[in-house]
Design a protein around this ligand. Structure first.
Ligand SMILES: [Zn+2]
Length: 137
């Protein structure tokens, strides 16, 4: 189970809605399975960003440094699916890594609709969904 606190959740939803109709991405920081802070990152994918995202490795390293400085860890990665359900796609699986939770936000017509969190296995062959708690407001 992954729990996202309100301050982090607000950043994630705002970023996903602001970048619509493109996909957004970012990191979730916190402790254990609780996300207390989220950081929006640039989608650096050079093709059509409606259905793909890429994170600069340097951005991830910088986020990791920031997390450690404040006694936090990178808990996971989030990205959005514009006008598409909150599922984990084949591309998502291919670009995943097994030590993070991957949260997908479904944005329909520019507004947040739903979210899911996925835990890819080491072989990158499947990513079972885990329970996701976010502030309902
Ligand atoms: Zn995706």
């Amino acid at each position: 189970m992954l729990t996202i606190e309100k301050a982090a959740w607000d950043v994630m939803v705002a970023h996903a809605e602001a970048t619509y109709p493109n996909e957004c991405c970012g990191v979730m920081l916190g402790k254990g399975k609780t996300v207390t802070r989220a950081k929006a990152l640039d989608n650096t994918y050079e093709g059509a960003q409606e259905d793909r995202y890429e994170i600069r490795p340097e951005d991830l390293l910088a986020a990791d440094r920031e997390a450690r400085k404040d006694g936090l860890d990178i808990v996971g990665i989030f990205h959005s699916h514009p006008d598409c359900a909150a599922y984990f796609s084949k591309t998502d699986l291919e670009n995943s890594c097994p030590w993070y939770s991957f949260v997908v936000l479904s944005i329909l017509k520019g507004k947040f609709d739903n979210a899911g969190s996925f835990l890819p296995n080491a072989e990158q062959t499947e990513a079972p969904e885990e329970e996701l708690i976010w502030p309902k407001s």
